[in-house]
Ligand binder design. Structure first.
Ligand code: PAF
Length: 310
């Protein structure tokens, strides 16, 4: 009939920041290159990747922009959204009309919140969520370096399920990744780590390892306790001692690193505080709970931001 058959494995990545480019590189290794959807105009783009072992590789990515790629977008069967939490709804809105109802959406960002709004934006597409503790650094616009291994949890949230073929492809391409159902406990778990570490390192202008000191112990304990109470009101039960142990494990493993929020404040960028401690505060308000420590951290970081953001 002259009509090109759609490859049911077509993957696109929306957002070509450090995590978007890292997932792109990992999916490249199994042959079928994903489409990269970024702000830039549609073109072929040389991308450089420095792996954990220092090996540098170059490849050519097909870059697409939300404005100009509707024929390509129609063929995408998995869209991995790798923008910041506060950009997810706008980014999805800019392309959702061009996506097939057969396309599955996977949100992969720090913090929580968009999963409550995104279902209303979808046109029949299924939705999965993910969290990753893999770390990558952007050296230049098209050169990233993987700086931390870490694990990745992915799982279904709502609507039609991701095909078995694409799920297998994702799990085999992303090292140390698991399919978890239900997925929300994994996201709350990661949220607790970020809620304890990120604002304190930004406020006290310190590396993650500093938070192992006794002076921060009580505050970290309260942040995590408040979060556990809110998660429980949201139907997610978390174990406090396991969570506190994990927070200190991450502090130890990343002792010399500066958290992403510390770097955002240092570079005068908008932080992810609204979708980390801000999400805890928002859900607490929803359930008529008080979370003073999370609220105080939210306000302190918002105050720092307002000093440098217009
Ligand atoms: O956001 C970050 O910086 C990281 O998720 C973490 C785990 C806090 C380590 O720095």
């Amino acid at each position: 009939m002259g009509q090109q058959l759609v490859d049911e494995k077509n993957i696109a990545i929306l957002g070509a920041g450090a995590v978007g480019q890292l997932i792109y590189q990992q999916l490249l290794t199994d042959g079928n290159a994903p489409l990269l959807i970024a702000r830039e105009n549609e073109r072929q783009q040389r991308v450089t990747f420095t792996a954990l072992d220092g090996e540098v590789t170059e490849s050519t990515a097909i870059l697409a922009s939300p404005k100009s790629v509707s024929p390509l977008l129609e063929q995408v069967r998995l869209l991995i959204v790798c923008v910041k939490a506060y950009q997810v709804c706008d980014a999805l809105n800019s392309i959702i009309d061009k996506l097939s109802p057969k396309c599955h959406i996977l949100l992969l960002h720090n913090g929580m919140g968009p999963h409550l709004e995104v279902p209303a934006l979808l046109h029949g597409q299924g939705l999965s969520l993910g969290t990753t503790s893999q770390a990558a650094l952007k050296h230049e616009r098209w050169h990233i370096e993987q700086t931390g291994s870490g694990s990745t949890q992915l799982g279904h949230l709502t609507g039609p399920r991701l095909s078995q073929e694409l799920r297998t492809r994702l799990l085999s391409a992303i090292p140390n990744s698991q399919w978890c159902e239900p997925i929300l406990p994994s996201l709350w778990h990661k949220l607790a780590i970020n809620a304890a570490i990120n604002p304190l390192t930004a406020i006290h202008d310190c590396c993650n390892g500093k938070l192992a000191e006794e002076q921060y112990r009580q505050q970290i304990s309260v942040v995590v306790s408040e979060l556990i109470e809110v998660a429980s009101a949201d139907g997610i039960e978390l174990d406090k001692s396991a969570l506190i142990n994990r927070v200190y494990e991450v502090i130890g493993l990343t002792a010399a690193n500066f958290s992403s929020m510390h770097q955002d404040v240092l570079n005068k960028r908008k932080t992810e505080i609204e979708s980390i401690n801000g999400f805890v505060v928002q859900r607490a308000q929803h359930h008529n709970l008080t979370v003073n420590e999370n609220l105080s951290l939210l306000e302190q970081v918002k105050n720092m931001e307002s000093d440098y953001l217009k």
